[in-house]
Design a protein around this ligand. Sequence first.
Ligand SMILES: Cc1cc2nc3c(=O)[nH]c(=O)nc-3n(C[C@H](O)[C@H](O)[C@H](O)COP(=O)(O)OP(=O)(O)OC[C@H]3O[C@@H](n4cnc5c(N)ncnc54)[C@H](O)[C@@H]3O)c2cc1C
Length: 278
Amino acid sequence: MKTLAYHRPKSLDEVFDLMASSEDAAYIAGGTDLLVSGGASPPTLISLRSVPELMGVDETRIGAATPVADVARHPGLAASHPVLVAAARRLGSEQIRNVATVGGNLCRAAPCADLAPPLLVLEARAEIVGRGGTREVPIDEFFAGPGETVLAPGEVLAAVRLDPPRTGAQGRFLKKGRVRMDLAIASVALLVEAEGGRCRRIRIAAGSVAPTPLRLQPVEALLEGAELTDEILEEAAALAAATVRPITDVRSTESYRRRIVGVYVKRGVAQALAGGEA
Ligand SMILES: Cc1cc2nc3c(=O)[nH]c(=O)nc-3n(C[C@H](O)[C@H](O)[C@H](O)COP(=O)(O)OP(=O)(O)OC[C@H]3O[C@@H](n4cnc5c(N)ncnc54)[C@H](O)[C@@H]3O)c2cc1C
């Protein structure tokens, strides 16, 4: 049987010392991706779940080691950033959410990561820490490809930083899985500000339809300043379907994914304008 070294450091210095002294080590948070991904697990695991700088959640900062369940149940975040809380509530099951972390969802960099689209529309920032200090990167620049991020070797995602909510912004998160509890075939998050039926500002992002979670900037540009009529929303849906770059895989086809994204952009804007839960 293979032996595995498991460390649970209590400070960032200890984390970086352990990483520097191990040849084949990996960080582990909840382990719900790392331990089930099919590949061989690295021989040394360094847990990030006891490091104070990575803990804690409020309306401006979510520590990377925060369980998704703590986001899903956070009353302050539900009031300030409901689109993020809606996505957290759709991630996996209660049992998965209790173990899976926010940082793990982002650092795994799966195109289907449920927390990525809402964080993209919120224009959140990744707080990254390494031996050399701390840096911040817009979430839009955090994902480098499927399973790849801009984290340098040894660096840790410490937290996600959020701006205060924008007055009048209405959010929506829509996710399509094969069954209700499933990875997304496609997902859309959006945040719309409108006045008298005219769109003042909109942010739209989609998951599972490109090598990385994706902001749909051409669709935003089409809608900003426009009257939100059925016709323009049809146009937005078609543009969204044309903008994404999905693949066919075991969960869905390329064409179905395009279709879902278009439908969700149109439906999401209509639902956001109607108000109610994200
Ligand atoms: C049954 C099941 C259902 C699931 N359903 C969903 C779903 O509906 N939606 C969804 O998006 N995901 C889903 N997942 C995937 C998974 O649960 C999430 O992506 C989860 O958020 C991963 O977090 P974790 O803490 O378990 O990550 P881990 O498995 O601990 O880590 C994932 C990767 O990130 C790295 N890492 C973790 N934290 C950090 C950090 N702070 N800094 C640097 N690197 C770090 C690790 O080294 C590893 O490479 C599901 C998984 C399972 C098993």
